[in-house]
Design a protein around this ligand. Structure first.
Ligand SMILES: Nc1ncnc2c1ncn2[C@@H]1O[C@H](COP(=O)(O)OP(=O)(O)OP(=O)(O)O)[C@@H](O)[C@H]1O
Ligand SMILES: [Mg+2]
Length: 388
């Protein structure tokens, strides 16, 4: 039985979140535009742009569901037709998909584009009501010179009723459209999503963890490093993967709470090998200091003072038959490890000494790597040295 991942499926990218922290303004603006258009029986063409994991798809999905729910009594609810165009980068395959949404299936061959459009129009008339056609990942389709944008952005003029279009792409694709299609996307018909900042990512992670995970298995404190790791990209998809990885790591270890170690493991799994390569360039002295960090941080601890780490270091020196370095040299070694990006140093503040945390390497894995390297470098005791 799962001890943490109670609703794992809600961490999947296909899950439509009930709310969108950090995108409230954008969502409200889109909702208002489409509602207004639908109420007047008009169409609203819209372009939504933003980087990877900026919430474009989530926003479109949420929009579709909310528009359907809030339709006025006595009027047919808005139907959203969502098509991911990534692997269907031509008008024919998009049209076949659209036909399916109005319950018409045509053979792939034998019909011209215009005939297919006619059949689609008939389908729309059979079940009247407002439609929102979402064309996600539309870049390639636009580059192929699609005719569909022209057709649907002029839907009202060709008397199809309220058929609105929402185009989604990472970048502004309007310059690639023909002039007539472009002109229907006025200035207010474009919305760009900026990358999320760390605070927004933390809100997103907390909201999703509350849905997906067992209460008490996470905290704002444990999830903060995940938000920090995803912040340079501003990518909620990446943050979500980190969350799923950390939860799985904790569960695989038979614990019912996500700890600092799981978070580190989740982070490291995304940059495998990198830290390992850096270890090979370190002198034995630094390897020993790093092992002291790893051993001290084994267990639930996420950070420790340099003094504590030096104590561990003392026992390691004996274990590996090395010579201890002075306090100053030890401190210098710690700084070197920080420069290498292997550890992080939280500077001292009033009433609190400096603390060392591990950046992206899971402790257990790091210990294994270090021990194998140090064993190799260990001076052999006389009795174990074989003579030929
Ligand atoms: N504001 C938000 N609140 C809650 N979850 C979000 C938010 N933004 C994004 N997500 C979640 O993050 C993940 C990625 O978001 P989404 O798929 O919408 O990104 P995208 O902009 O479509 O990225 P791509 O360009 O890669 O398709 C999804 O799991 C989505 O549910
Ligand atoms: Mg998407």
């Amino acid at each position: 039985m799962s001890s943490i991942l109670l609703r794992e499926e809600t961490l999947d990218p296909s899950f439509v979140p009930p709310a969108l922290p950090g995108r409230e303004k954008e969502f409200a603006a889109l909702l208002q535009r489409y509602r207004g258009a639908v109420a007047k029986g008009l169409s609203h063409p819209q372009l939504l742009t933003g980087g990877i994991g900026s919430g474009k798809t989530a926003l479109a999905r949420r929009l579709g569901e909310d528009l359907r729910r809030i339709s006025r009594a006595g009027t047919p609810p808005l139907q959203t037709i969502y098509i991911n165009c990534w692997r269907r980068a031509n008008d024919r395959s998009i049209l076949l998909e659209l036909l399916r949404s109005v319950n018409v299936s045509l053979p792939d061959r034998g019909y011209s584009l215009t005939e297919m459009l006619d059949v689609f129009e008939q389908g729309l008339r059979r079940t009247p009501g407002p439609r929102l056609i979402v064309l996600d990942e539309v870049s390639a389709l636009v580059r192929q010179g699609t005719k569909l944008v022209y057709f649907f952005s002029r839907a009202r003029e060709i008397a199809l009723g309220s058929v609105s279009l929402l185009l989604i792409a990472p970048e502004d694709v309007l310059p690639l459209l023909d002039g007539a299609s472009r002109s229907s996307f006025g200035l207010t018909h474009r919305l760009h999503l900026d990358p999320y900042d760390e605070a927004a990512l933390l809100q997103i992670l907390l909201a999703r963890a509350t849905i997906a995970l067992r209460p008490g298995s996470f905290s704002a404190e444990t999830l903060a490093p995940l938000a920090r790791a995803a912040a340079p990209r501003g990518d909620a998809r990446f943050a979500m993967e980190l969350l799923a990885n950390a939860a799985r790591a904790a569960e695989n270890d038979g614990r019912n709470e996500i700890g600092a170690e799981d978070v580190r493991q989740a982070r490291s799994s995304l940059v495998p090998g990198e830290s390992e390569l850096r270890l090979d360039e370190l002198p034995p002295q630094a390897l020993l200091a790093l092992l002291a960090v790893a051993r001290t941080l084994r267990g639930p601890r996420s950070g420790a003072t340099t003094e504590r780490i030096r104590q561990t270091y003392g026992t390691l020196v004996e274990e590996f038959g090395a010579t201890a370095v002075s306090r100053v040299t030890f401190w210098r070694t710690i700084r070197q490890l920080e420069r290498e990006g292997l550890i992080e140093l939280e500077p001292a503040s009033v009433g609190r000494p400096a603390r060392v945390t591990l950046s992206d390497v899971p402790v257990s894995h790091l210990e294994m790597l270090l021990e194998s390297r140090l064993e190799r470098a260990k001076p052999k005791s006389r009795s174990s040295v074989r003579t030929a």
